[in-house]
Ligand binder design. Sequence first.
Ligand code: ATP
Length: 247
Amino acid sequence: MTIMFNNSAPTPPADGSRGERVRFHDLDAGYPGRPALHQLSASITALTMTALVGPNGSGKSTLLGVLAGVIDATSGQLRYAEGRPPAFVPQRGAVGDTLPLTARQTVEMGRWGERGLWRRTTRQDRTAVDSAMERLGVAGLADRQLGELSGGQRQRVLIAQGLAQQSDLLLLDEPTTGLDPEARKRITALLTDLVADGTTVVQATHDLDAARSADACLLLSDGRLVGQGPPEQILTPTALSRIWQPA
Ligand SMILES: Nc1ncnc2c1ncn2[C@@H]1O[C@H](COP(=O)(O)OP(=O)(O)OP(=O)(O)O)[C@@H](O)[C@H]1O
């Protein structure tokens, strides 16, 4: 497995086209005794929103994990354009309810990669945490225990943790799952704003409205990439019914 970094910055070239932020080729990945991704090749355009779509078990979280660097690919190539290390927002259900952490402490964990566990918090850390919490509308929840928050509040705290990392590449695993339609819309609008502000966003989602508002979709089925392109070309009724057909 090769991981490469190149020197093309993720800013749009003068002709208005956008560069690639991430490219992968023939990527295989999985878990002991269980291959989950097979020969995936695609690119993520900088400063766009990409939706990873597919049925349960199709490999969306595994692909996000590989892009985030928390799961090792077993073969293939993964190339990042120059930029900061990705920020990863895991599925809400993957974060324990019983962790004795306040909302603010949870967001502060987003700064660990920058400052390490032991260095004292700097003014820059505090500013990053404050601004992420304000942007997600969770500043008023700072002292509440994470486990006491509603699903939507907890989701916003986790996204704030991702934002506090101040990366230009934000990877989110099902950020709108389990939320009411209003909360889903708010999070989708926020992600769209982040793209406009210079972030490349990749989200795994079962929310077809969110996927349709993305710039590009990667459609997965059984660990294989079966479609990539603009949502109107990929999320067609035929493709969706074929992929979601009961076995
Ligand atoms: N920790 C794990 N150990 C072993 N196998 C796993 C593990 N996590 C996922 N898998 C398997 O890898 C495959 C892909 O799972 P993955 O979680 O990436 O799918 P997904 O598309 O994100 O699913 P969902 O929509 O249900 O979240 C599935 O067959 C799944 O059973």
